[in-house]
Design a protein around this ligand. Structure first.
Ligand SMILES: Cc1cc2nc3c(=O)[nH]c(=O)nc-3n(C[C@H](O)[C@H](O)[C@H](O)COP(=O)(O)OP(=O)(O)OC[C@H]3O[C@@H](n4cnc5c(N)ncnc54)[C@H](O)[C@@H]3O)c2cc1C
Length: 318
């Protein structure tokens, strides 16, 4: 840890002021704001971000089309002048809430563990997508298999597209995707549950429904989709298939700490990005709401301001 430039007066001496768990858009953005507040910060980087399989981050003002790894590299580069901020590779495996501070257990790449104390912790750990268990899904994820038309619709506009999934989820997604292409086919896993109203809405939008079971996706070695293959052996040529991927928290840390979770499994936070555990904050995909890299960065920024203000209040009692 680099030496702290500014000593925190009248307060418990911990290794750092803030430990940020996760070095994606949310975590790095929070680190930038806290670095600018002269806070002692350690960012723990547990591996690639959620969008790592994707060729580019789209819709990020001034960075539209940047490779996901390049976005984070730029973020890290811009943290370099802030010498109270350190980024370390490591996975946080445990967080213990003490009275007024936290103890974190960090596992390095070699499996060695160490502990760290922090006054506040920000969870910026993101989510993991659950892909349908269909041959080819995982290989094409992020290029030929997509989840978000706002992220990828423009790149596949006016091309033959498909939407694959369960009856209760495909209709809304297919209607949305039809904004980007006039040629959308729905492949429904459980056609018996596709309501008459859903079928009518799809028909009105000229979206064809395919009810035969899909057995696999075929694509190129670089991840582009070529065909959807049905049980009969028939192949449907498509440029991309959209799915509604379920997701879960990338780590169990929030749950283990007893944080309140929403019905969808997101970490509940207040307007100040504070979880239900005092001193523990969360930002980015891990919290409820629209999931976009720019929004994750914005949430990291807001959480950092909230953390700094809380620390300042603690340091300057009335
Ligand atoms: C295929 C795909 C394409 C996408 N394309 C776009 C796009 O074009 N535009 C857009 O705006 N959004 C896009 N998104 C959404 C975008 O990826 C997310 O909104 C964004 O990555 C969220 O940032 P985050 O910092 O919250 O989480 P992440 O980027 O997922 O970062 C979380 C970080 O926390 C780390 N971590 C997790 N647990 C631990 C732990 N215990 N210890 C230490 N570190 C840990 C992870 O390794 C990871 O580095 C896409 C998503 C997917 C899946």
């Amino acid at each position: 840890m680099k030496p702290a430039r500014h000593h925190v007066p009248r307060h418990l001496l911990t290794d750092v002021d803030v430990a940020i768990v996760g070095a994606g858009a949310a975590g790095l953005s929070a680190a930038l704001v806290l670095g600018r507040c002269l806070r002692r910060v350690l960012v723990l980087d547990g591996g690639p971000p959620r969008n790592a399989p994707s060729p580019a981050v789209q819709g990020f003002l001034t960075r539209d089309g940047t490779k996901p790894a390049d976005l984070l590299r730029l973020g890290r580069e811009q943290l370099m002048p802030y010498n109270s901020v350190e980024i370390a590779a490591g996975t946080v495996t445990d967080i213990e809430a003490m009275s007024g501070h936290f103890h974190l257990t960090i596992e390095g790449a070699t499996g060695r563990t160490r502990t760290l104390s922090a006054r506040k912790v920000l969870l910026a750990t993101g989510v993991e997508d659950e892909l349908p268990p269909l041959d080819g899904m995982r290989d094409l994820w992020g290029r030929g298999v997509l989840h978000c038309p706002y992220c990828h619709g423009w790149e596949v506009r006016n091309q033959p597209l498909a939407v694959y999934g369960r009856a209760k989820l495909v209709t809304g997604l297919a209607l949305l995707v039809s904004r980007w292409s006039p040629d959308v086919v729905v492949c429904v896993e459980d056609p018996a549950y596709l309501t008459l109203n859903a079928r009518r809405r799809l028909r009105q939008q000229r979206i064809q429904v395919r009810e035969e079971p899909v057995v696999r996706l075929e694509g190129t070695r670089t991840g582009e989709l070529r065909h959807i293959v049905f049980e009969s052996g028939e192949k449907l040529a498509r440029a991309a298939v959209f799915i509604h991927a379920h997701q879960h928290q990338r780590t169990q840390l929030a749950g283990q700490l007893g944080c309140r979770l929403t019905s969808k499994g997101a970490v509940w936070v207040s307007k100040q990005h504070q979880t239900s555990v005092p001193g523990l904050y969360a930002a980015g995909d891990t919290t409820p709401g629209t999931q976009q890299a720019l929004l994750a960065a914005a949430e990291g920024n807001a959480a950092a301001i909230s953390i700094n203000e809380t620390l300042t209040r603690e340091e300057c009692p009335r």
